[in-house]
Write a new protein. Structure first.
Length: 96
């Protein structure tokens, strides 16, 4: 299968690239599951939903754990928005 050969080569290149090596970055499960979904005939537009469905079980499990145990603290990374503030909205039709 040419797509798998391409994916394996991309993974090999990424795992030897200094950027990825330094940050210990690896292809996630979606890298290969996308190929599987494509081979099964799913349109690419469906991938986001297909990637989300199995994660829902984990999200619900964490939420259930949180609700059941008052002493359980589920740590979430802090997110800080660093973008611009008070940007004027320009309708799509008037953008270039």
């Amino acid at each position: 299968e040419p797509m798998i050969e391409i994916a394996e080569e991309l993974e090999k290149i990424a795992l030897s690239d200094p950027f990825f090596v330094k940050r210990k970055l690896y292809p996630n499960v979606d890298f290969y599951s996308g190929l599987i979904y494509k081979a099964m005939g799913f349109p690419t537009d469906f991938f986001t939903v297909l990637f989300t469905i199995p994660r829902t079980a984990g999200w619900l499990s964490h939420w259930n754990e949180f609700l059941d145990d008052p002493e359980n603290v589920i740590v979430r990374p802090r997110q800080v928005y660093l973008g611009r503030n008070n940007v004027d909205y320009k309708p799509v039709t008037s953008r270039q």
